[in-house]
Design a protein around this ligand. Structure first.
Ligand code: GDP
Ligand code: MN
Length: 380
């Protein structure tokens, strides 16, 4: 479970991490009121379960009431990477000279938590991680002992954090580790951890992801789960009884069986495409489920092409094919190209039944995925 920034900030502040004054708003008027109270400049920040809000236009710095009104009006109700924004955090802006990154996550390879510190925090940390990984200092932690103060100091020193703030950053890092552990978090992250002109250290953003399987131990956190902010598509998937995960690419993927869908995802990636979703329609892929599955992927504006990967077992290939025809027959115009790979029981019959005016039929999975990735590129 991912907490919103404002929720994570509350948890961080309670644990002793310095955070700017802030207040949550769901209307423009409310946002302006908060801004007036906090005093300008303030940052108006979309509260959605997705990173990279700054780059996507979900964060605006404003200097007066008029600007605050404009910003809140623009951000509230906007669609941010597929998420509807219904709340903004109004927060005292920090006058900073440097943005750090600090985070705790589980290093599965090592089987240990790892603390990370970088002086190159801010909106480009993903690029830093990919292109310049040595700019992020790492320190593994033995969970039996927790983070020793010297480990925090070492990570901070290795990262090259300026001396004047080293002690405070180390203290934030140990606090972050403790709250990571106490909350059964999978990730706890502050990016940016800002250094002000006066060498104060302050968390301008907060990420806290909590292990779903441990939520029963944290009723306070479980209560924060925000049904309204749940992705509209994920809600739809729940209704239909599908296993669905929304991703940020443009190749829609539908399959029956989790393994089959995972394989398709990997292949899309292998052939240079980007999966838009994981969608497992389960064993009994009857016509109605196919209709619902198509409704799901076509409801995602990011999808440029769709690949079906179906293995006929309990549900025979001919039945799936009928479902696909029926589903696509409901559209006056098929919104995006659809490619189908059918294998297993009655696959051949199925392929014959498929209406090739509506779909592209491919014999092999590799062929189907390559074709879909091409279509998706053409549509862009
Ligand atoms: P994210 O893009 O979703 O991770 O959102 P962040 O909260 O990290 O904000 C992105 C960027 O906006 C930060 O790296 C800062 O450069 C800028 N920003 C956010 N809050 C403030 C603030 O209070 N003051 C200033 N000056 N910049 C801010
Ligand atoms: Mn951030």
């Amino acid at each position: 479970m991912r907490l919103h920034e404002y929720q994570a900030k509350d948890v961080f502040a309670d644990a002793g991490v310095p955070t700017p004054p802030s207040a949550l708003a769901t209307t423009v008027d409310e946002a302006v009121e908060h801004a007036e109270e906090i005093g300008y400049p303030v940052a108006v920040k979309a509260q959605v379960h997705v990173g990279g809000r700054g780059k996507a236009g979900g964060i605006k710095l404003v200097e007066n009431a008029e600007e605050a009104r404009e910003a809140a009006d623009a951000i509230l109700g906007m669609d941010l990477k597929g998420y509807h924004v219904d709340k903004v955090l109004v927060e005292g802006a920090v006058d900073f000279k440097n943005e750090l990154y600090v985070g705790i996550t589980m290093d599965r390879g090592e089987g240990k938590p790892v603390a990370m510190v970088s002086t190159q925090g801010g909106v480009n940390i993903e690029e830093v991680a990919a292109e310049n990984p040595e700019a992020i200092a790492r320190e593994h932690i033995d969970p039996a002992f927790g983070m020793h103060p010297y480990q925090a100091r070492k990570a901070v020193y290795d990262a090259g954090v300026p001396k004047a703030v080293a002690r405070d950053v180390a203290s934030v890092l140990t606090t972050l580790y403790d709250l990571w552990e106490n909350n059964d978090a999978s990730d706890a992250e502050i990016n940016p951890l800002m250094i002000t002109e006066d060498d104060e250290v302050i968390a301008a953003d907060a990420v806290l992801n909590v292990d779903d399987d441990a939520l029963f131990r944290h009723p306070d956190l479980a209560e924060m789960e925000d049904e309204a902010a749940e992705d509209a598509l994920e809600a739809k998937a729940n209704e239909y009884g599908f296993d669905y995960v929304r991703l940020d690419g443009n190749v829609g993927i539908i399959g029956n069986g989790a393994g089959l869908v995972m394989t398709t995802l990997d292949l899309v990636d292998y052939y240079g495409g980007k999966p838009a979703n994981f969608l497992d329609i389960g064993g009994g892929a009857k016509a109605e489920r196919v209709v619902n599955a198509l409704d799901m992927v076509f409801s995602d504006d990011n999808v440029d092409a769709v690949v079906f990967n179906i293995f006929g077992g309990i549900t025979r290939g001919d039945e799936v094919a009928k479902g696909i025809n029926e589903a696509l027959g409901q559209f006056d115009e098929i919104p995006k190209p659809v490619v189908v790979r059918l294998a297993g029981t009655n696959a051949e019959e199925g392929r014959e039944i498929l209406n090739d005016e509506l779909v592209t039929v491919e014999e092999t999975l590799e062929g189907a995925v390559q074709r879909t990735v091409e279509y998706a590129e053409d549509e862009q």
